[in-house]
Design a protein around this ligand. Sequence first.
Ligand code: NAD
Ligand code: UGA
Length: 456
Amino acid sequence: MKITIIGTGYVGLVTGACLAELGNDVFCLDVDQSKVDILNNGGIPIHEPGLEDVVARNRAAGRLKFSTDLAASVAHGDVQFIAVGTPPDEDGSADLQYVLAAARNIGKHMTGFKVIVDKSTVPVGTAGKVSAAIAQELQQRGNTGATFSVVSNPEFLKEGAAVEDFMRPDRIVIGHDSTAEGLQAYAAMKKLYAPFNRNHERTYWMDVRSAEFTKYAANAMLATRISFMNELANLADQVGADIEAVRHGIGSDPRIGHSFLYAGCGYGGSCFPKDVQALERTARAYGQELHILRAVEQVNNNQKHVLGKKVVARFGENLQGRHFAIWGLAFKPNTDDMREASSRVLLGELIARGATVAVFDPVAMKEAKRVLALDFNSDESILSRIRFSESPMDALQDADALAIVTEWKAFRSPDFEQLKSKLKAPVIFDGRNLFEPQVMADASIEYHGIGRSILT
Ligand code: NAD
Ligand code: UGA
């Protein structure tokens, strides 16, 4: 099928590359010339395991193209995926300016029948706004005879596992309407996703508003589980219980399940923080308060300070003359994405209290340099207090303590004797509960996990 993907970020690029892999003829549009140049030169602008190979293979086969040509992008695809960003507005609601700009561009250039797919995460009712934006452009062009239908097909992939998630989805959600055009769109989507449904049906067909809502409900539920566990972990710290034992104990109940119960130093990324806020805003627009989600957000904002608080409790408010090592900068492993990363909050606190810091991340160093320059307004007197290290061990040299913020596999089994020889004193603040408190005690390492205690 002929497919256009509008926006070549995490979702757009993965969607485009994976649909090309299935044999479709895919045209990817982006307004960012530098991204398109990287892609046309054989690179990819993000770190995502396996993606570069899929992109290269399909470019070489002529099934995957990248361009900034607005008119050509509309002419190409019978199905037009909108996969642009929906960042938070000043008040936390989803900013739809990029989605609506994409819609207007379709309306400006389209002929014949097009299926418009909202792939971006958008509030309930957005398909109606996309429809109106396209219809307005068509009206301005006079009677073109062009027709279209907007469907909602939210994306559930996780960064760091995006290709695998897209190729082997646990579900595909598609919302369409029951007009003649809506049924035509249904038929096109059914054909496009047929390869995913070969062994068993994974597609959930529903109305458009429910599909839009489903995406927010999923992220809100996952974020709620994390904040719930983080709050319990903080209590476990107080009462002397081990949150990891508790996690196993409750996760074994199939009604609860094991996933997304890991306590830590807060959730980050481009989606949970913004989607929780956006759903709260949607509710408020209808005069309803989502009390649970408000708490989820507050707990998470506090949790990003949990490592900073533990450092202060151990070393005091004034950290002048202290030096810390940080392992992990990205918001989660296997990505270089620094959006809403907990490392930025910890760094801000340590720097504000006068400390110097040595940091290491297996892939996010370049992105971290860019983002931290923005966080600290390119102030060299501050940035010079952050050393970007060559390796995890290099970061430890003469540090008063190590703080772990991201659970990269490379951090899971360090040589503890070497680690101790590098640190000034053997102190670890573990924001992702990578190590066993008993193992740390046996190795004479002072260990501060999140809700961890030694089982007696
Ligand atoms: P992103 O910021 O990585 O990429 C968005 C891209 O769209 C950018 O390259 C930008 O230049 C481009 N763009 C903006 N306006 C455009 C226009 N008018 N025409 C063409 N290109 C345009 O965003 P992302 O992380 O891929 O997220 C996209 C959407 O998918 C968001 O709504 C997000 O909530 C949702 N989502 C993201 C993930 C994820 O893991 N990142 C997962 C599921 C859903
Ligand atoms: C999340 C969802 O998992 C995807 O299904 C969804 O498509 C995506 O958001 C989105 O809408 O963009 P992602 O943000 O890539 O995916 O990463 P997750 O693996 O969900 O992790 C998010 C954050 O939660 C990370 O900071 C992670 O460290 C934290 N987390 C996760 C925990 O603190 N505890 C857990 O048990 C799980």
